[in-house]
Ligand binder design. Structure first.
Ligand SMILES: Nc1ncnc2c1ncn2[C@@H]1O[C@H](COP(=O)(O)OP(=O)(O)OP(=O)(O)O)[C@@H](O)[C@H]1O
Ligand SMILES: [Mg+2]
Length: 238
């Protein structure tokens, strides 16, 4: 599937009676890279989970290209091209790396596994290892690669760098940049490593208590030290 634009309008959602997202609107052009920033508990994961159809929606619409997916269950959204790599890395512990990847093939030929191995050569080296024998970075690679095998047109990545050593973060960000270069995917990246996210993205939104508090380019945010301190709680970016 080619990259498609994502349009979110007036989205409010939460869990049961708890409303977390409140009237969030933004759009991401086809093939663009959006960084979703905000301090802990501000609603970043809830936003991605809502896009994936995994929370209770109160109001608003979600469109992937021409398709209004607002009322669709998660599986139908995936069918429309939405790929979701959740914050809790999703790896089957008692399956091998290769068996984990089979799950992502969804009917594609086994030869498609090479796409995953090209993106993350470490996974090829570890293909006979069990999921529970992988490092955190390898689990993230596997979780991401399995979603990529479904050839999503919109990819949601929730804090892929969380808890990983700097050298692994660089490796992952380089792989995401390669993926972005193909122009085949629209990518939303939630990150606490703000500089990595700003280096990667061409658009940024910042959430504050479930609302859209800031939107603009990475450069505009870097230049707005007041917003950076107020919304992200860090004293300067380098
Ligand atoms: N399953 C749930 N049931 C009820 N409330 C929840 C649930 N998951 C999250 N919340 C609440 O929703 C709010 C937003 O949480 P969310 O996980 O979206 O934040 P986040 O920005 O992703 O934070 P972090 O950076 O720590 O991952 C928080 O107040 C949180 O306590
Ligand atoms: Mg989160």
């Amino acid at each position: 599937m080619p990259a498609t634009p994502l349009e979110v309008e007036n989205l409010s959602a939460g869990y049961g009676p708890t409303r977390v997202l409140d009237g969030v609107s933004f759009s991401v052009p086809a093939g663009a890279r959006l960084a979703v920033l905000g301090r802990n508990g501000m609603g970043k994961t809830t936003l991605l989970a809502t896009l994936a159809g995994q929370t209770k929606r109160y109001d608003g619409t979600i469109r992937i290209g021409a398709a209004d997916v607002t009322g669709m269950p998660s599986a139908a959204r995936a069918h429309k091209g939405l790929g979701y790599v959740p914050q809790a890395r999703c790896v089957f512990p008692t399956l091998t790396v290769e068996e984990n990847l089979f799950v992502g093939l969804k009917g594609r030929a086994k030869s498609a596994l090479d796409e995953a191995y090209d993106m993350f050569p470490r996974l090829k080296e570890r293909r006979r290892n069990l999921g529970n024998q992988l490092s955190g970075g390898e689990q993230q690679m596997l979780s991401t690669a399995r979603t990529i095998l479904g050839r999503p047109s919109v990819l949601l990545l929730d804090e892929p760098l969380e808890g990983l050593a700097p050298v692994i973060c660089e490796e992952l960000m380089a792989a995401f940049a390669e993926l972005a270069k193909t122009g085949d995917m629209t990518i939303l990246l939630v990150e606490q490593r703000i500089q990595s996210a700003l280096d990667f993205a061409d658009h940024v939104i910042v959430l504050e208590r479930g609302r859209l508090a800031w939107a603009g380019t990475p450069k505009a945010l870097s230049d707005d030290q007041d917003a950076v301190e107020r919304l992200l709680g860090v004293g300067g970016l380098h």
